[in-house]
Design a binder for this molecule. Structure first.
Ligand code: ATR
Length: 278
């Protein structure tokens, strides 16, 4: 059966490499392709998927939100986030899931579960930040402090996910939040190749803070380089990418994807060493 990632542009996606690796490991004969589908072509492409022998697909920029009206059902987390990154075709129905949140949480649950006992500083208020905030609110995290360049977007995010455990920060309060946080997350585009670095000074951060950057091009962002130079614990964007992919694989096949070794494979593909990992 067919699997794919659909997006526009999509040629840089690492998902085919990762998913084909797991399909091969499990001896499954499904195919996994890159499908460049523009916004105008989305509706007709989904009709083709309904007619043909598809198992499911990943959804990436710019369709994560615009695909919602075309689907038959949404899993609860996808509905809450208002975005879909994984679709399962089952009994002729297209069911939307969002595995970004769990993909984000997994590396923390595996390595740094203690962070959920302390306040979190979340920087950003776009689609990625939304999935992350929803995921954090499923944990015991006492407080998520959200800061975004455009304050209204942070307010909208906190309001729509509705919880007394999330608050917005003014720029003047960000440095205090750095000092108070057990986990600092960059969920903005800052640090990505071609973008400004994130303007955060980690000097006041506590020694056991975890700094998590969801950007993976480059892997060693200026934020993670700063964290590394201060001897802080870090998680990079490939970890989240791999774990959201593993969750999608599980939804399609019912099988557990082995994430060991996948990071080295992706690092080679993007031409970077994995030396940012402690
Ligand atoms: P994604 O789906 O990857 O989250 P997005 O929805 O476009 O992408 O969100 C991008 C995020 O990066 C936003 O929080 C954006 O801040 P604004 O809401 O103020 O636009 C943030 N961002 C992008 N460039 C930035 C920059 N130069 N400085 C600070 N924040 C930036």
């Amino acid at each position: 059966m067919k699997l794919a990632v659909i997006g526009h542009p999509v040629s840089q996606s690492l998902s085919p490499l990762m998913q084909k690796h797991w399909l091969k490991q499990h001896g499954l004969n499904h195919t996994y392709d890159l499908c460049d589908v523009s916004g105008d072509a989305l509706s007709s492409f989904l009709e083709t998927i309904r007619q043909e022998d598809w198992l499911g697909f990943n959804v990436t920029i710019p369709h994560k939100e615009s695909i919602l009206p075309f689907l038959d059902r949404l899993a609860p987390q996808a509905r809450r986030i208002g975005a879909v990154n994984t679709v399962l075709k089952k009994d002729g129905q297209l069911i939307g899931y969002n595995t970004d949140g769990l993909g984000f949480l997994k590396p923390l649950l595996e390595r740094y579960e203690a962070v959920f006992h302390r306040p979190v500083l979340l920087i950003g208020a776009g689609g990625a930040a939304r999935a992350i905030l929803a995921a954090l609110l499923t944990t015991h995290t006492p407080l998520v402090m959200v800061y975004n360049r455009t304050a209204e977007k942070a307010a909208g995010l906190v309001q729509s996910l509705g919880s007394g455990r999330a608050t917005i920060l003014r720029q003047d309060d960000v440095q205090d939040a750095v000092a108070a946080a057990g986990l600092i997350i960059n969920a903005t585009s800052c640090g990505m190749a071609g973008y400004d670095p994130l303007d955060i000074d980690l000097a006041s951060a506590s020694g056991d803070v975890v700094v998590y950057d969801i950007v993976y091009k480059p892997l060693n962002t200026p934020l993670l380089a700063q964290a590394n130079s201060r001897g802080l614990q870090i998680i990079d964007g490939l970890d989240m990418l791999i774990h959201q992919g593993a969750q999608a694989f599980k939804i399609w096949t019912g099988r557990d994807a082995d994430t060991v070794g996948v990071k080295d494979m992706l690092c080679s593909a993007i031409g970077e060493g994995c030396e940012v990992e402690p």
